[in-house]
Design a protein around this ligand. Sequence first.
Ligand code: ATP
Ligand code: MG
Ligand code: FE
Length: 337
Amino acid sequence: MLVLGIESSCDETGIALYHTERGLLAHHLHSQIAMHAEYGGVVPELASRDHIRRVLPLTERCLQDAGCQRSDIDAIAYTEGPGLAGALLVGASIANALGFALQKPVIPVHHLEGHLLSPLLADPAPAFPFVALLVSGGHSQLMAVRGVGQYELLGETVDDAAGEAFDKTAKLLGLGYPGGPALSRLADQGLTGRFTLPRPMLHSGDLDFSFSGLKTAVLTLVRQQDTLDPQTQADIALAFQEAIVEVLVKKSLAALKQTGMKQLVVAGGVGANRQLRQQLDLAAERRRLKVFYPPLAFCTDNGAMIAFAGAQRLRFANHDYAFSVKPRWDLSTLPAA
Ligand code: ATP
Ligand code: MG
Ligand code: FE
């Protein structure tokens, strides 16, 4: 079965073709980052309009790369939510229009299920069950994953998401949008030990996170500096990254201990962070645990994870072509596949 995946929940248009026997055949991404950068964040209306421009050309490029025709597509998966309503509507309406025109079924996909299953696109891929650390721009959650659609929430952020904390802290340090990758690069130049920031909720006894206080601590630290020279900037970036990484690593280990599971899967944009990967790998090696990551290109939003998640949910494919979007949507409400 050949599944076309369409991702348009936020500021990237991601298109991919996934074949249930042959694997990922093609994927293309158009990021709107440059367009939104001058506004310091995503402008929803601009995002929607740009998705309209990109979806079909990127689909044609995927078909070309894969050597396929439109008529070869067996089903069309699209992100139904959560995300920006207007942006989601673009993907949903194009997916349903294509489905209707080709008389092929459509599969609405939960964006976070896409992120969550993206490590299964890697080789080697983890087998169920595993603990998932989902750390993206809008979410920070620990989940026990026993199968597709069998997600038990173990803990989550009570305020900002990890990626959001990276982005907001980067802004405080005068870095562009989205600041996560830039802050991480800056931290590479930092000196350990000059600043120490709090580890929020490290000893809270549960698996929840809180990151907004960390951002405030950075703000205080920045204000205390006479000048924010490049080295000081880098030292603060490192202190922030060390704090957030330590909390994510320790809580992930606690989740593994609590569930008795031996595998950790990391998904979402913050999963691209090098220090997080290093620290998780180190901690896992010591405890004989295994950690899995998505291929780097599939940490942030992409079409491959939507095509793949759709392929796991062919049972839910429908010919109704009556669609809505779900800007807010709780992952734990999904049915098992
Ligand atoms: P959600 O999936 O929750 O709706 P999103 O789609 O915006 O949110 P992703 O695309 O998964 O989130 O990830 C984007 C986030 O990842 C941004 O906050 C970005 O700063 C962060 N990020 C990307 N690369 C890195 C990195 N190397 N280090 C830290 N953060 C990073
Ligand atoms: Mg994004
Ligand atoms: Fe995302």
